[in-house]
Write a protein that binds this ligand. Structure first.
Ligand SMILES: *Cc1c(COP(=O)(O)O)cnc(C)c1O
Length: 431
């Protein structure tokens, strides 16, 4: 069978990544994916940060196989199960309690957008007001509520109905360095003539991963939290892509000493690519009636088995965090060196931990690099409103030699892409 042709023939036009990475994947292990012709691809995308611990991690796989083999329960709606109780205890003991968090754990449906929908409902119910503030270039998911707090016009237009009861405010540095966007927000919330009214909550990403790897400063986030407190609004962090160690610590907001009322978690929480999502909510805002929000696949038992094992393996001490920080710094130094070596590319480096990116002034460069990198067997994606940013998201477990290999391919692909656009690759003077 010609697999690609079959997919083209039968699958909806909506398919997208198969178009960027046109081969047929069959197997994967760690940071490597293998296609049906036996070609090996180094994965610097990691399922958009779903695979922070790599593909098919042997210990997570063992826990999953053992669980299934013994006829343990797979589906149980939200009835009590051993897997559920053990995951809740592990998440509390390994993640929440050591960080001084006493949040309750809600299982919405198993995707990120489900978690965001729950968060929006919680805020509206808790405050009895419909408005929610989101930010320029935010991405929170594809269902109507999540789309209403997402910036991208192409995605918003897909809704086909007005997306209402939200306001989009400028993110950190949206106008460059000179405009203080927290002062701007605070003024609009304070001024009875602003037209913004009194929203129930703010939802924010600490790094806008899909929106172009825009990094908010710790100070900006702290001041945003302060604005929420002063205006009686919930402070909600969407940590779906930035959490689970991507930026170094388990949560992306830890190093800034923030105290969000609601946190959404998904993507890498199962550790194995199995769907699972969480909403963490402070007890005083856990105002649900039983069953008021539900979902057939909430709290999928096999995903909770691998999730618990991943917490034990990677988060019982600080070692993994330190490794991620060291590799993140290596990626950062490499990209900064790259933009210095090839000034004509006019690249600007951004990121934290192992989410690092380069935005190019020439908007088509990032896409061309991704394409050429794939020809050299590296899977890497772009981000931002015009796909102008090359985004590096290797599994956090990537071995150093593989990390170096991927960085070399990026440089090679950059040189080729610059050639395609007639940009000089002559090195900067004095180098
Ligand atoms: C991926 C993502 C979502 C949506 O998750 P899905 O599982 O695709 O519904 C929401 N917020 C952020 C920040 C994400 O990266």
């Amino acid at each position: 069978m010609d697999f690609l042709n079959t997919i083209d023939r039968y699958e909806s036009e909506v398919r997208s990544y198969v178009r960027s990475f046109p081969t047929v994947f069959e197997k994967a292990r760690g940071s490597w994916m293998y296609d049906i012709d036996g070609n090996a691809y180094l994965d610097f995308f990691a399922g958009a940060s779903v695979l922070n611990y790599g593909h098919n991690h042997p210990e997570l796989k063992r826990a999953l196989i053992d669980y299934l083999e013994a006829d343990n329960i797979t589906h149980s709606l939200d009835m009590a199960s051993v897997a559920r109780a053990e995951f809740l205890k592990a998440f509390n003991d390994i993640i929440l309690e050591p960080r001084g968090m006493n949040h309750r754990i809600q299982f919405p449906g198993p995707t990120g957008t489900n978690a965001v929908e729950s968060a929006l409902k919680i805020a509206r119910k808790a405050k009895g007001r419909p408005g929610v503030i989101a930010f320029t270039n935010a991405f929170h998911g594809m269902t109507l509520g999540a789309l209403s707090v997402t910036g991208n016009q192409f995605k918003r237009d897909g809704a086909g109905v007005p997306l209402s009861h939200t306001d989009s405010m400028p993110y950190d540095s949206y106008f460059g360095g000179d405009v203080d966007t927290i002062d701007y927000l605070d003024k609009l919330l304070t001024d009875g003539g602003s037209g913004v009214g009194h929203p129930a909550a703010v939802i924010v990403e600490t790094i806008q991963a899909e929106g172009g790897v825009n990094v908010a400063s710790g100070e900006w986030l702290q001041r945003l939290q302060d604005v929420c407190r002063r205006h009686d609004m919930l402070f909600m962090i969407d940590d779906i892509q930035t959490g689970n160690g991507r930026t170094g610590r388990f949560f992306s907001f830890e190093e800034y000493d923030l105290d969000p009322d609601v946190v959404t978690v998904s993507k890498s929480i199962s550790g194995y690519g199995l769907p699972l999502a969480l909403v963490l909510v402070k007890p005083e805002f856990d105002i649900w009636e039983p069953g008021e929000h539900n979902g057939t696949f909430r709290g999928f038992n096999p995903a909770m088995i691998t999730a618990k094992r991943a917490l034990e393996l990677f988060w019982s001490d600080q070692r993994f965090s330190r490794e991620v920080e060291a590799k993140g710094e290596r990626m950062r130094r490499f990209l900064e060196g790259l933009t210095e070596r090839y000034p004509q590319a006019r690249g600007c480096v951004r990121g934290r931990g192992m989410m690092q990116a380069v935005e190019f002034a020439h908007k088509e460069l990032a896409g061309a690099i991704s394409k050429r990198a794939f020809a050299h067997n590296l899977v890497i994606e772009t981000a931002g409103p015009d796909d102008e940013t090359l985004k590096l998201l290797p599994p956090l477990t990537t071995e150093e030699k593989d990390l170096e290999r991927g960085l070399e391919i990026i440089e090679q692909a950059l040189i080729e892409a610059m050639g395609e656009f007639g940009l000089s690759t002559a090195e900067a003077a004095g180098q």
